[in-house]
Design a protein around this ligand. Structure first.
Ligand SMILES: Cc1cc2nc3c(=O)[nH]c(=O)nc-3n(C[C@H](O)[C@H](O)[C@H](O)COP(=O)(O)O)c2cc1C
Length: 219
């Protein structure tokens, strides 16, 4: 039995939202095909997620140097730890999110800020130990290479190809963070272009939702 964490980062109605339709297609298909797995749903917009700020940054630095923390710092670390531990305990993680203003919703950014933790998701590498200077991920050793992740994303325009691909800082942002943690196994289902090509929108969305169901079966 696997524990699967389903995360959603969109609080629009499912009727309106394509990324939430992706979430539900994937979830229903997954439940049908993996009836014995334990599923945990995390709706980021229903959580109180304080931004990464001085309390968390200073608190973590103090922990590193064995300095006593004040109450605000302790509280900030406790909140981040709660989400970090839940993420680490899951065998598989599914994250559904829209592209907003070329990037991810702020709640997901904050959530990823909690996951970026030296000693838990990655370990800094000493500069001398870095073998491949051209590997951007070589500065750290990822500590969770076996975590299975699925990214479900919807975006109104097409960003799959250049010159538009470089503008996309949503899926790329999440993938870069996961790459830093050493995650190798990432499934991606993206529905894109339904705003850019409204005459094809119905077909684009239908095809994407079907793909989500298929990917969920073998996830
Ligand atoms: C505030 C806002 C910003 C958006 N920014 C972009 C964008 O930068 N690029 C894009 O292609 N689509 C953008 N869109 C469209 C969404 O990506 C599109 O609606 C997609 O289906 C994901 O949102 P949904 O899950 O709510 O449907 C934006 C939509 C909103 C509401």
């Amino acid at each position: 039995m696997s524990t699967v964490l389903f995360i959603k980062a969109n609080n629009r109605s499912v009727k309106e939202s394509i990324s939430l339709k992706l979430y539900h297609s994937f979830l229903e298909s997954y439940q049908e095909t993996h009836p014995h797995d334990r599923i945990i749903e995390l709706d980021l917009f229903k959580q109180e997620l304080p931004y990464l700020d001085a309390n968390l940054a200073d608190g973590l630095t103090k922990v590193k140097f064995g300095i006593e923390l004040n109450e605000d710092e302790l509280k900030a670390i406790r909140i981040a730890d709660q989400y970090l531990d839940q993420f680490l305990e899951a065998d598989k993680v599914v994250i559904a999110f829209p592209l907003w203003n070329m990037t991810i919703p702020a709640v997901l950014h904050t959530y990823l800020d909690y996951l970026n933790r030296a000693g838990k998701t990655f370990q800094y590498q000493s500069p001398k130990a870095i073998k491949d200077k051209n590997d951007p991920f070589a500065a750290a050793t990822g500590l969770i290479p076996d975590k299975k992740i699925a990214l479900l994303n919807a975006r109104g325009g097409c960003y799959s190809k250049e010159p538009f691909a470089k503008l996309e800082m949503g899926v790329n942002y999440v993938k870069n963070n996961l790459g830093f943690y050493g995650v190798k196994n990432i499934e991606t289902v993206i529905i894109e272009g339904h705003h850019q090509f409204p005459d094809q929108a119905e077909e684009i969305i239908k095809t994407g939702l079907e793909k989500a169901k298929i990917v969920a079966k073998s996830f």
